[in-house]
Ligand binder design. Structure first.
Ligand SMILES: NC(=O)C1=CN([C@@H]2O[C@H](COP(=O)(O)OP(=O)(O)OC[C@H]3O[C@@H](n4cnc5c(N)ncnc54)[C@H](OP(=O)(O)O)[C@@H]3O)[C@@H](O)[C@H]2O)C=CC1
Ligand SMILES: CC(=O)N[C@@H](CCC(=O)OP(=O)(O)O)C(=O)O
Length: 345
């Protein structure tokens, strides 16, 4: 069994422990906490009773170096970078669920996250952990930058079209709706029941931190700079992200070419389900699972494609994808511990 450590005991850590509890080759050796030290993880999250015996501990990086082959960092941005530097120095591989290693340009990171990057020399060492695009690089890396939740849904919806040069690289509009668990477990006014229930609102309009991450990865796919407008909306549900993206078709591009681009890109991708024509994703079809569902509509008259994706923000948007990356890094079956359907209805 491969001993793994988890730093953090929030929602993504809980989803990691849930997924890893059915992993046949991994054992959660330790979970670090600040507020639940000495409590059983299943006491903090009773849905994990009988699925986890691990006790929350005070952070001790030396213990991770001694006992773990890989560490999942489930911390707010800014905290992971110095820890990752120390761990990889001792040969411990790291999967960072936060944002510290996703943006290749430290200036953009500092502009959007408003903190100085503490390990900019590692940005080129880290591999962006989207297996459907970077699988080969993920295999050999010491650091996986697990993607943000919105970027996972948006990039998988658009990369095939940009890679094939089928759509314009400007004026791409990406509209996402997210469940509240995306904000984490710690208490915040914006995720208070009365602030969220029975309503929908846009937030971080024109300034969300995931916009440069999406633009970076779509630009890599296109081989040229891609310009996007991204607006997230908070929806009164616990899990799930539905993303609707609008792109302009290049002259002469046909619906068949659009559909073929998705078929080609995702033919062998277990976790990407391109839905049949006329069927559009529902967040409940991926609830609790590592799947991303994609629906395609081509409006030939308006020369526009509308691509819709659905993910579970805590699973494919965070912890499921992190375990998928772990499986790839350690040469395991990529679907290990992850091959289950969502819960519906
Ligand atoms: N929730 C989601 O859907 C997704 C989250 N992510 C990212 O994953 C990371 C974890 O998110 P999530 O689990 O949802 O967040 P939570 O708020 O649920 O948990 C955050 C964890 O970080 C710990 N923490 C906070 N501040 C400190 C500190 N100063 N020192 C040490 N530990 C600290 C918290 O412990 P304590 O409260 O005890 O201080 C808690 O264990 C974040 O970077 C997030 O942006 C990525 C994709 C999706
Ligand atoms: C509902 C909600 O607040 N969602 C979060 C998603 C954060 C996240 O998952 O991403 P990082 O890892 O990049 O912080 C947000 O919009 O900031």
């Amino acid at each position: 069994m491969i001993p793994v450590g988890i730093i953090g005991d929030g929602y993504t850590a809980a989803e990691l422990v849930r997924v890893l509890s059915r992993h046949r080759r991994a054992r959660v050796a330790t979970v670090f906490s600040t507020e639940n030290i000495d409590k059983g993880f299943a006491e903090v999250y009773p849905h994990l009773l009988r699925f986890s015996e691990v006790i929350c501990e005070k952070a001790d990086i030396d213990k991770l170096k001694r006992e773990c082959q890989v560490v999942f960092l489930a911390l707010p941005h800014g905290l992971s970078a110095p820890i990752v530097r120390e761990l990889i120095g001792s040969g411990v591989r790291c999967i960072d669920l936060g944002a510290d290693f996703r943006l290749k340009d430290p200036k953009i990171y500092e502009e959007y996250y408003e903190v100085t990057h503490e390990a900019p020399e590692l940005l080129d060492v880290a591999v962006y952990g989207l297996p459907e695009i970077y699988r080969e690089k993920i295999r050999g890396t010491m650091i996986v930058a697990n993607p943000g939740c919105f970027p996972t849904g948006a990039i998988l919806a658009l990369a095939p079209l940009l890679k094939e040069g089928l759509v314009e690289t400007e004026n791409i509009v990406i509209d996402s709706k997210t469940g509240v668990s995306g904000a984490g477990r710690s208490l915040k006014l914006a995720s208070h029941f009365c602030e969220v229930n029975e309503g929908v609102k846009a937030y971080s309009v024109g300034s969300h931190r995931h916009a440069p991450e999406i633009a970076q990865e779509l630009s890599f796919a296109a081989g040229q700079e891609v310009e996007i407008t991204f607006t997230p909306h908070l929806i009164p549900m616990s899990r799930g992200i539905l993303t609707t993206a609008y792109v302009k078709l290049r002259p002469g591009v046909t619906e068949e070419q659009v559909r073929q681009a998705f078929a080609d890109q995702y033919a062998d991708e277990h976790f990407v389900r391109v839905l049949p024509e006329g069927t559009y994703p529902h967040t409940r079809w991926v609830y609790g699972s590592n799947f991303v569902d994609i629906g395609i509509f081509v409006d030939d008259k308006k020369r526009r494609a509308i691509i819709i994706s659905a993910i579970d923000n805590l699973n494919k948007g965070a912890s499921g994808q992190a375990v998928q990356n772990f499986n790839i890094m350690f040469g395991l079956e990529e679907t290990e511990a992850l091959d289950f359907a969502g819960i519906f209805p």
